[in-house]
Structures are given as C-alpha cells and as structure tokens.
Design a protein around this ligand. Sequence first.
Ligand SMILES: [Ca+2]
Length: 273
Amino acid sequence: MSPRLLLVASLVVAAGACTLDVPDPNSVADPDLSAVADAGARELLRDRGARDADLPSGEARVDAGDVGPDAPIKRLFEDGFESGDVSAFKGNNVGTGDSLSVVANPAFAGSYALRCSVDSAATGQAMVWHDLPPANRYYLRLRVYLDSAFATTSRVNILQTLYGGWNNIIGFTIRPDLTFYLWNSAASEEYNSGGVTLKRATWHSIEVLVGVSSSAGEVAVWLDGQQIVDATGVNTGSNPIERFVTGIFWLDPETEPNTITIDDVAVDTAPFH
Ligand SMILES: [Ca+2]
C-alpha cells in the first residue's frame, strides 16, 4: 500500500464513518476494527475489506503489484519466527523450568522456528498467544514438529481458540497414541481424528476451522492438506473468537517433559488448504 492510501484509510477510520466493510464470503460477523490493537492487522483488514469502487475517483486501493492471480495472499496474521523472537505475538506464558526458544533446527521454512519445551515441574506451559479481531469464523494454521521423544500418558494441547480472555472455544489436543481431537467446550464434545495419527520427528501442517454458532457451528481439521475432521451443525457457543494460543499448554499431567517446535503460524478468514 502506498503512503497516500494509508492516509486515506486512516482518515476514514478517524472520522468514525466506518465504511471499511470487511467482505465476508462465509457469513462471518464483520470484525470491529476499533477493537484491533495491532496496526498491522488493521491494515490487512482494510486491504481486504475496501474495494476500489468505495474509494474516491482516481484512488487505487492497492499497489499494482499487489493484485492479479500471482499476487501474494496477505493473511490476517502470520509469523514464521524469522525475526528471531516472538515479538509478533501479543504475549507468551512460560512455566517454571519451561522454555520458549527460537531455533534454527528444526525449522519448517526460513531460518527459524519456535521450540516449546516443558519440564517435569508442575504448571507446565510454553506457549505464545495473540488477539484477533472478534469474529465467528477463522482458519488457523501451524506447522508442528513433535520431538522424537514426545510422549504423554493423557493429553497435550497445542492450539486453542478463546473468547473473553481465557475462555475456551475449540482446542486441538494430542493423545498418547498420537491421534488427536478437537474439544468443543460449549457442547462438551470432541471431534477426533478417527485413528489418524501424528508422527514424531516430522513436520506436519495443521489447519483448523472454527465456526461459532449455537446451532450451525463448524469444526474442521486438515492434516498435511487432507481433511480429517468435518463437523457441521454443532453448538460451538455464541462468543466470537478473540484470541488463539499455540505451543504446549494445558497438559495432563503437567509433569511430563515434552518438546515440540512450531513454525508458520497463521490465521485468516480464508482457508489455507
Ligand atoms: Ca520459520
């Protein structure tokens, strides 16, 4: 986006006449831009939401290089830890003796990924989190690498969507046999991988769709591009998705040492697969 167009977008928002309606191909509640603290996220929403026809005559909404079939897709949020830190996220939580560290090996893409390790002390967690424009439907994607020694006797959470701070909506949980399930907190039910397992010492792509509705909720998972979970018409509550967490957290028991590495974390209103 050119500096001139940034100015136009800023003036529209400042005037309170929010005509920057985010297009919503999936009937998602439009995000409230005023609630988006991150300036970069606001800009991406404006990029996606405004149409050339909405702008004054002679104004182009995007630079010429940003349009056309070969243009790169701008995601609402994405980070591959190439900054060498976790500054792209709003926050992180690390338990005593646990750690988050940006590492070169393994990395799914680029030079770095985020290693999340928990030790045998209680309160095990090593995770990053970020706030999203409140919306009823998001796709979340991450690359995950379970260490060769990864093991649990009960469960390990690696992804969660939340509202109102730390209230769960849908989370991704790994079982001892490396099958996995999505836990729906509103309905207290799971949607599992049906015997499909993750593999240790292998990069996986995990994409999760969460659609919030008390009667037409959706929960889907694509593992390495193949759809594994497809739940529709379920009750996922009525609270929009406002935050997500990824890493290792909410373990049971909290005293099992484990390490995973994550990379290419992304969230969008459009699918990745
Ligand atoms: Ca990376």
